[in-house]
Design a protein around this ligand. Structure first.
Ligand SMILES: Nc1ncnc2c1ncn2[C@@H]1O[C@H](COP(=O)(O)OP(=O)(O)OP(=O)(O)O)[C@@H](O)[C@H]1O
Length: 406
């Protein structure tokens, strides 16, 4: 670094008491000139210093920018997998490396499993990322590991077997398909009346395969987020590949994949764009790794056949209302934790419940419990089930929605 030039000496005024007034005046004049000269010299030096200060400030700014760039380029993107007592488990994108890292207590408070974060070389979490994507991700329901298991589903043994074969096997035994030389089914379509357990099936398979369950309702894709549908579909698949193994579950697929109508409203165009995006994501599905896609509909007749072509939703599984054995099993499942009177005959109740869906049977059990509570009993009797059935039938006749009890 160059040294700063030394400052000029301060001018001194030496007045001798023996001086004549003329000599004094002369000395004062000389002193004044000297002061003016030093002042000019100092002003020049100050100008120089200002110039140097400006160029040094520029240099500092430049270095700060470079430093900032170096810092940002060394951050990696990761997803928070789990918050544990020992720290936070993050999975780095790209290499899928999982690490346990520590975060500051304040950051920990705002972190949730599934958040996208920026981590540095030593895996320290530096930032929580992308609120915009997160806002859009709110349209999706993400469960790291749903709690539904196959045992919780009544009367769908055949459907469970088919779903396991079409979804579970390719996830767990991808190698086997490769060796035999066939492609596993691309997408599975569950179709049948409302409340028959389609969502439960999808959740159970995610649970069984330790896959993340990502649900999106077709109706939300096009109703809530007009103009966003196609982008949401892209996000959905992107999120799935970040969180793989993952099961994508698109409920009410008919909302985006209904047969084309003649009308050409802007809403239709939006639906069309969303569906095209879904099809193109599915067509590029082969290289997507451990992601399986399940869709569900209550309106199979309305579907555009384009989505059922090979390589798309090419495995159809019908999920009907339960038969009498199924109904009995569903009642058993939903009354398992209930305090039932020994007289309660679930078989007889199942026989009388012809045409009821799984969801309606679940409501029946809860309503029966409510009747016992109203009567200040802790045991649920056969009569409570009958009263509950009457109430549900009346509600159905009057068109009001039965309460959904999950
Ligand atoms: N087969 C079943 N076994 C046990 N419970 C069931 C069954 N089917 C439905 N239920 C009960 O009904 C609730 C709703 O079921 P689910 O959401 O899986 O139906 P769904 O077929 O996906 O309905 P929707 O078509 O209306 O979306 C479940 O949470 C469960 O309590």
């Amino acid at each position: 670094m160059s040294r700063s030039p030394s400052l000029p000496d301060r001018p001194r005024l030496d007045l001798d008491p023996d001086m004549t007034p003329e000599e004094r005046l002369e000395a004062l004049r000389d002193h004044f000139e000297e002061i003016v000269r030093v002042n000019e010299q100092l002003t020049d030096q100050l100008d120089d210093a200002r110039g140097r200060q400006t160029s040094l400030t520029d240099e500092v700014d430049q270095l700060e920018r470079e430093n900032e760039m170096l810092k940002t380029s060394s951050l990696y993107i990761a997803t928070v997998e789990e918050l544990t007592d020992d720290g936070v488990v993050v999975k780095q994108h790209g290499n899928n490396q999982e690490v346990l890292t520590e975060v500051s207590p304040s950051m920990r408070e705002s972190l949730e499993a599934g958040d996208r974060v920026a981590i540095n070389d030593s895996f320290g979490v530096k930032e929580i990322l992308d609120p915009e994507t997160d806002a859009r991700a709110q349209a999706m329901q993400v469960e790291a590991s749903p709690e539904v298991s196959y045992e919780d589903i009544g009367g769908l043994e055949e459907q469970i077997r088919e779903v396991r074969e079409a979804v579970e096997e390719p996830l767990i035994n991808a190698e086997q398909f490769h060796e035999v030389g066939i492609d596993p089914p691309s997408g599975v379509l569950l179709h049948g009346p409302p409340g028959t357990g389609k969502t439960m099936l999808a959740k159970a398979v995610a649970n069984e395969t330790d896959a993340t369950f990502i649900k999106m309702a077709g109706s939300e894709l096009v109703r809530k987020f007009i103009g966003e549908g196609a982008r949401l579909v892209r996000d959905l698949f992107e999120l799935a590949s970040e969180r793989q193994p993952a099961i994508i579950f698109i409920d009410e697929i008919d909302a985006i994949a209904a047969k084309r109508t003649e009308s050409k409203t802007s809403g239709d165009a939006e639906v069309q764009r969303t569906m095209m995006q879904l099809l193109s994501e599915m067509d590029g599905f082969d290289d997507r790794g451990e992601i399986r896609i399940i869709a569900a509909t209550n309106r199979f007749d309305m579907l555009d056949r384009a989505i059922l072509r090979p390589g798309r939703f090419d495995r159809l599984i019908e999920v009907p209302n339960p038969d009498v054995e199924g109904r009995e099993r569903i009642l058993e499942i939903h009354t398992e934790r209930m305090n039932l009177d020994s007289e309660v005959d679930l078989r007889a109740l199942a026989r009388e419940a012809d045409g009821l869906s799984g969801a309606e049977l679940a409501s029946l059990a809860t309503e029966a419990g409510m009747f016992a509570i109203r009567d200040e009993r802790t045991t649920v009797e056969q009569a409570d089930f009958r009263a509950a059935r009457e109430k549900l039938d009346q509600e159905e006749e009057s068109g009001s929605q039965p309460v959904a009890f999950a």
